[in-house]
Design a protein around this ligand. Sequence first.
Ligand SMILES: Nc1ncnc2c1ncn2[C@@H]1O[C@H](COP(=O)(O)OP(=O)(O)OP(=O)(O)O)[C@@H](O)[C@H]1O
Ligand SMILES: [Mg+2]
Length: 262
Amino acid sequence: MAIISTYCKKGGVGKTTLLGYLAHYYSQKGKKVLIISADDQNSIFKLFGVGDFITDSTDNYLENYLTGACEASDIVCEARDNMYIIKTLNTDRLSFTLTVKRQEERKIIDIIKDFTNYFDYIFVDFPPSSSRLSEVLLDISDKILLIIGLDTLGLDGYLNTIQYFVDTDIDLNKIKYIIPTGYHPIKLAPNKALKELKKQASAYTPDAQITIPVSDKSIVRNLQSEGISVFDNAEMPSKFHQKNRDEFKKELKKMFDGMDLE
Ligand SMILES: Nc1ncnc2c1ncn2[C@@H]1O[C@H](COP(=O)(O)OP(=O)(O)OP(=O)(O)O)[C@@H](O)[C@H]1O
Ligand SMILES: [Mg+2]
């Protein structure tokens, strides 16, 4: 059992994408997986073609379970075999409640710890903004994967995250892996950014391992617009798309197999 989070205090770097694919890969290996969306955009659902669950008008969200108004089984969406997702409705409001009522903070921690009795892995998807909810959930994470976009603004995301962790007393040692995204082997900018990231990481998070960088592949956006995961055995519209999908799948598999998330 482990609580795993992808984080970066910068938007659009691939946090949700990587978390979703990692969770799906683990579920296909026979692990029972729960994803908690701590981002009320709940974009993780769209990755798996279950976006309707976000706007579903029933009370199937985390906050409702916290108040005891419904059962855990009412709030989980089965997105794939062995893989379930929980949404949040309004993280600002929930954060406010956590700030003003200390016992609510204990309650959310207990509820998530209780989930660990039923799932092998709990993955938490965060928004790039900071809130009390993010702090509480980062704090109970066993391992944090820091996702860093390989450009100038992306590198700011690394420093902003370090600063945020230090300011809010979140243990930097929880960051086990740094995953660079937006890579291209022959483009100058991402290679320069990767070098710079390695320099910064050796100064502030020397024990975190930098993984192989994730390539920027247009096939990812195509699959996501269809609600198909890279680990689904979906038929592709052409040999070209299939080749791109398979290449990306192989790249991710290699990275995921190299990580120890026990
Ligand atoms: N490897 C990739 N290659 C190309 N595009 C990608 C890749 N990974 C993610 N994307 C695209 O980049 C965009 C942002 O990805 P994602 O939503 O995963 O980022 P995020 O960090 O979770 O964003 P937010 O901060 O808004 O939650 C999406 O449109 C997604 O399809
Ligand atoms: Mg996201």
